[in-house]
Design a protein around this ligand. Structure first.
Ligand code: GLN
Length: 303
């Protein structure tokens, strides 16, 4: 199969009208060109295929929650699940509603509530949290050009009423220990990570390869941990659209409000797509459509 030609053809076949809208609640994200589109696919044996703006960096936002989750899981092991659950929530990414009934234990680590608890846990382990996080991200591929975008982090810190509310509400149940501003700063910096589609697909390739990074040959997590991380992505990675994503795309995946989606086929490949306009659930409109067509054409979903 000529995968490079297929990637171009699938772009041409996207719905003519993109009904999505670029995220504006973080002002810095509103400036992004909505017509950008990139895709990069890479196999576990490192054959790579790309189309469009695949080398242009964008804000990966919530996709980065998988990095902090992996770091916290490495350190806490299965104790981690005492502070954050692994159930799909069926609620938007920034929802507060289930926390009261759930006594401050977030439904899963992909929603903001769960990601904030994971960041709170990591702050107790990391001497220099931002530096250590960046070092971890670099260690996944060996690419040390990946960095945060300070303007995006500052922009989000200034408009973080909802995340601040989540922190204080969870704290009232005893499930947050660190200072609010310190935690918010770490979380907003995490969400400001910038990558291009190639870097993103390569960074997630260890999850398609039983926990070993094909780029460096180093083990990141055990194969059992890999299974669990992929299960969490499948059930929670697209929030209240996780079912729709499994139904249409059929792969574990993670989205961000920057318009990126990364998805992977265990044992086979990882694919990252970027198109900034989002559907009402906060996931890339073209990203979902493209990945649906991709797994249908390639005939490679996990189902
Ligand atoms: N930084 C964003 C927020 O907390 C991440 C949301 C997302 O990408 N879904 O609102």
């Amino acid at each position: 199969m000529d995968v490079t030609a297929l990637l171009a053809k699938l772009y041409q076949q996207l719905p003519a009208e993109n009904t999505g809208e670029v995220a504006t609640y973080i002002p810095e994200l509103a400036k992004v060109d909505p017509t950008k589109f990139g895709v990069h696919a890479v196999t576990c044996d490192q054959r790579a295929y790309a189309y469009g703006d695949s080398e242009e960096c964008f804000s990966i936002q919530s996709i980065a929650k998988m990095f902090t989750l992996t770091m916290a899981y490495q350190r806490e092991g299965n104790q981690l699940w005492e502070r954050v659950d692994v159930e799909p929530s069926g609620t938007p990414f920034n929802s507060l509603v289930q926390l009261e009934a759930d006594k401050g234990i977030p439904r899963n680590p992909m929603n903001n509530s769960g990601a904030l608890v994971v960041c709170d846990i990591l702050l107790n382990y990391l001497a220099e949290p931002k530096k250590d996080l960046l070092a971890f991200v670099h260690s996944l591929t060996g690419d040390e050009t990946i960095n945060f975008n300070e303007r995006v982090a500052a922009s989000e810190r200034e408009t973080s009423a909802r995340n601040r509310a989540l922190i204080e509400f969870i704290r009232s149940f005893g499930n947050i220990n660190n200072d609010t501003e310190r935690l918010l700063d770490f979380y907003c910096t995490l969400c400001s990570l910038e990558m291009n589609c190639r870097q993103l697909a390569e960074s997630f390739l260890f999850l398609a390869n039983q926990g070993i990074s094909p780029c460096t040959g180093k083990r990141i997590v055990s194969s059992t941990m890999t299974k669990r991380l992929n299960a969490i992505m499948q059930l929670c990675g697209l929030y209240d659209e996780a079912g729709e994503f499994a139904f249409r795309v059929g792969l574990p995946g993670k989205s961000g409000v920057g318009g990126g989606i990364v998805a992977l086929h265990p044992g086979d490949y990882c694919v990252a797509v970027w198109s900034p306009p989002l559907n009402p659930k906060g996931n890339s409109f073209y990203g979902m459509a493209y990945l649906e067509a991709f797994t249908s054409e390639v005939g490679e979903s996990i189902y």
